[in-house]
Design a protein around this ligand. Structure first.
Ligand code: GDP
Length: 429
């Protein structure tokens, strides 16, 4: 059976922890979009890890981890990430890389940096991992697939020349930088070929066989609905689809095989980078939530930059779940809210004097003001609690209020960063 694990919000919902946890009963874990631009933090018996490109299943020796064709593949980064796990005592994971995945080139990272530099204050807050230039090239049909590394030398050199000709116009004239050195790029690609060769194969065929054999497969999403290029807060979005539906494309499996869509929803809001954020809070209130948030504070796993903080946004989260096609919600980082006397929840947006519960397009969103309902806090540390009934009454009320607002059963409640900090709710479906 295929299960997707995706985010309903702006990312950083705790998908890594849920994937790592569900990985215990899975055979294969697949990354299907994005690249090394966002990170998952995972805490398990080997220690604390920030993974960027590898799927969160790499810690088990019974799982195969797949980098699907939809991913922006930074080859040296992948190798470095594998090595850094092995150095810390994790058994060498079994990894397969799609021969149709496209390669994130050194110049994609440079273009990302130069464009953010050019935009100055109007920049997108990119992590400068080269993701936007990478996907632009993929769809402009000037990207390089892993399979092309194994083409004959003349074909590869000819393509490098064709691409460099076009890139150099922008590098030299728009950014005033050095042009691409074609010989150097060819040599780099030869190094990439040697690095990726042990892992490259037809992962779509591998996955379709695995489905036939009844294997358990997890598709691990990166970021969340609100960063999706179509349904997110465009243009402050990422460059590949963050939706479960895209899992079928980015992994190479039939869409009807995705039977379960676990959508991870965070008990409060956080976001990185610029963009509309209706329930954002500021000042001391935000600082305290940031300091107490996640595991050791809400700071980016890739960049270390402080995340923007806000109260739970039911309008955005309901929409986030709907666009994912959520079948189950995993409600995370609830333990963090245990210090609050009262907890505001954004239940509507006021736009031009009218209150709506529908998540609008970005232009309308820019005018939205939050409408809050305030719920009582539970003033208790809930870490270590194992059953739903043991949770304080006000905590259960918070969960049930949100479940009603988002309209999807909350089947898991995460009350700590550890793999075993989870409360399953039976019978809510
Ligand atoms: P992802 O990209 O969706 O995997 O999320 P991140 O890893 O960027 O952010 C989630 C952060 O919250 C990580 O530091 C996790 O260790 C932590 N985390 C996940 N679930 C919980 C939870 O239930 N409680 C607490 N306190 N931290 C959690």
């Amino acid at each position: 059976m295929v299960t997707a694990i995706v985010g309903a919000n702006w990312g950083d919902e705790g998908k890594g922890k849920i994937t790592d946890m569900l990985g215990e009963k899975s055979d294969i874990i697949v990354r299907f979009q994005g690249g090394s631009n966002a990170g998952h933090t995972i805490i398990n018996n080997y220690g604390k890890f920030a993974l960027h490109l590898l799927p969160s299943g790499v810690f088990y020796d019974h799982t195969t981890s797949i980098i699907g064709n939809g991913v922006a593949l930074n080859i040296p980064y992948l190798i470095q990430e594998i090595n850094s796990l092995v150095e810390r005592g994790v058994p060498k994971p079994k990894i397969l890389v799609s021969n149709r995945a496209q390669i994130l080139m050194p110049y994609h990272i440079k273009f990302d940096e130069y464009e953010e530099e050019r935009l100055g204050k109007k920049s997108f807050g990119s992590t400068k991992s080269g993701i936007a230039p990478f996907y632009s090239d993929k769809y402009a049909k000037i990207g390089f697939q892993v399979s092309e590394l194994f083409a004959d030398e003349e074909t590869l050199r000819e393509k490098i020349h064709r691409v460099a000709e076009q890139k150099n116009v922008i590098l030299v004239h728009l950014y005033k930088k050095d042009p691409i050195n074609e010989e150097e790029l060819f040599q780099t690609l030869m190094e990439y070929r040697d690095m990726v060769e042990p892992y490259a194969c037809d992962t779509a065929a591998f996955l379709q066989n695995a489905i036939r054999e009844g294997k358990n497969i997890l598709l691990e999403g990166q970021l969340g609905t609100l960063k999706d290029p179509d349904f997110g807060i465009y243009p402050m979005v990422t460059s590949s689809s963050t939706l479960a539906a895209y899992g079928a494309i980015g992994a190479g499996i039939p869409p009807y095989e995705i039977k379960k869509i676990v959508t991870v929803v965070k008990a409060y809001s956080s976001a990185v980078g610029a963009g509309e954020f209706v329930s954002e809070i500021f000042g001391d209130e935000a600082d305290e939530l940031r300091r107490r948030g996640g595991d050791g504070g809400e700071f980016g796993a890739t960049t270390g930059r402080p995340r923007r903080m806000g109260w739970f946004d039911a309008v955005a989260s309901r929409y986030g779940c709907k666009m994912q096609g959520a079948t189950d919600v995993a409600f995370t980082v609830l333990d963090v809210l245990g210090y609050l006397d009262e907890i505001p929840v954004c239940v509507g947006y006021e736009i031009d004097g009218k209150v709506t519960k529908e998540f609008p397009t970005t232009i309308e969103l820019a005018k939205a003001k939050p409408v809050y309902e305030v719920l009582p806090g539970w003033k208790q540390d809930i870490r270590g609690i194992k059953t739903y009934e043991e949770l304080p009454e006000n905590c259960r009320k918070y969960i049930e209020f949100i479940e009603k607002e988002i309209g999807v059963p909350i089947t898991m409640v995460s009350n700590g960063p550890d793999r075993h900090d989870i409360i399953y709710r039976e019978g809510v479906k």
